[in-house]
Design a protein around this ligand. Structure first.
Ligand code: GLN
Length: 307
């Protein structure tokens, strides 16, 4: 299949859509990112890369980092993790407090904010402190992407912390139910730091490749997790990766994928490839408008989906 030609076609077709939606202005540092930008990259098992648009431009991966922290936590806690976080779609916005209250402080899944904060807390308990935990997360992300230079943007992390009342409220609510083990401020700040990891679509698609191949990076042949763990992570991406638009995303795109309010979406086609797309303007669910559309076009044009 001529992936480059398909990406070029998609690039042309999404142009009229790039200004629809709005950037994540609740994080002031992200409000400055200009609309109108678009990038998409496909990475195959042999490491071959096809890109279109601003694929060298770094963006804030935000909630896509939750895939990496969930992977680490599942690996160290296994089934024990389900005592603290479920694996059920929430049907609610990513930062909602309501459900957490009536479900006694146990977040529905690892990809809504409460769930990801609980996961960060669990990792801090396991790795003893915030600094070590951030180091473990960063090293893992560098390893899976085969890129020792990846880092996070402290300006974005600080901006999130300054305006982090809702996430702090989620953490405090969990603490009030006994589902929190470490310092609330330090844990939430660690969560913001991993959300502030910056990557371009080439780096992000490379980082996700192991999830398309049963937990083993097909290029380096390094095994990071087992096929069974990979199956679970991909299942949660499919059912919860786009918050209260996860059903719609599965319906239109048909791939396990995770979005972030930085405008990125990372998707995998099991056994074939990983795909990263970025366009900063978001739909009302907080998912990239043009990015979602581009992935829908990709699976329609190629016939690649898990269904
Ligand atoms: N860091 C963001 C937040 O906590 C992540 C949200 C997202 O990408 N959906 O609000």
């Amino acid at each position: 299949m001529n992936y480059q030609a398909i990406l070029d076609e998609i690039y042309d077709e999404v142009q009229p859509e790039l200004h629809k939606g709005k950037v994540a202005d609740y994080i002031p540092a992200l409000a400055e990112v200009g609309k109108g930008q678009f990038a998409m990259t496909v990475t195959l098992d042999n490491g071959q890369v096809f890109s279109v648009g601003d694929s060298g431009k770094q963006f804030s991966i935000q909630s896509i980092s939750k895939v990496f922290t969930f992977t680490l936590a599942l690996d160290v806690y296994s089934r024990e993790l389900y005592k603290r976080v479920g694996v059920e779609p929430s049907g609610n916005p990513f930062n909602s407090l309501v459900q957490l209250e009536y479900e006694n402080g146990i977040p529905r899944n690892p990809f809504i904010n409460a769930g990801a904060i609980a996961i960060t807390d669990a990792l801090i308990s396991y790795y003893r402190d915030e600094y070590m935990t951030l180091e473990v997360i960063m090293n893992f992300v560098r390893e899976i992407s085969n890129n020792p230079k990846l880092s996070f943007d402290p300006l974005v992390a600080n901006s999130e912390m300054e305006h982090g009342d809702r996430n702090l409220a989620l953490a405090r609510l969990m603490k009030s139910f006994g589902n929190f083990e470490n310092d609330v401020l330090g844990t939430v700040f660690t969560y913001f730091k991993h959300c502030s990891i910056t990557m371009n679509t080439e780096e992000l698609s490379r980082a996700m490749l192991f999830l398309a191949f049963g937990g083993t990076d097909p290029v380096s042949q390094k095994q990071f997790i087992t096929p069974s763990q990979t199956k679970r992570i991909n299942a949660v991406m499919l059912t919860c990766g786009h918050y209260d638009a996860s059903g719609e995303f599965a319906y239109h795109v048909g791939l396990p994928a995770k979005s972030g309010v930085g405008g990125g979406i990372a998707a995998i086609v099991p056994g074939k490839m990983s795909i990263a797309v970025w366009s900063p303007a978001l739909n009302r669910y907080g998912n990239s408008h043009a990015g979602t559309l581009a992935l829908e076009k990709f699976t329609t044009k190629t016939g690649l989906s898990i269904f």
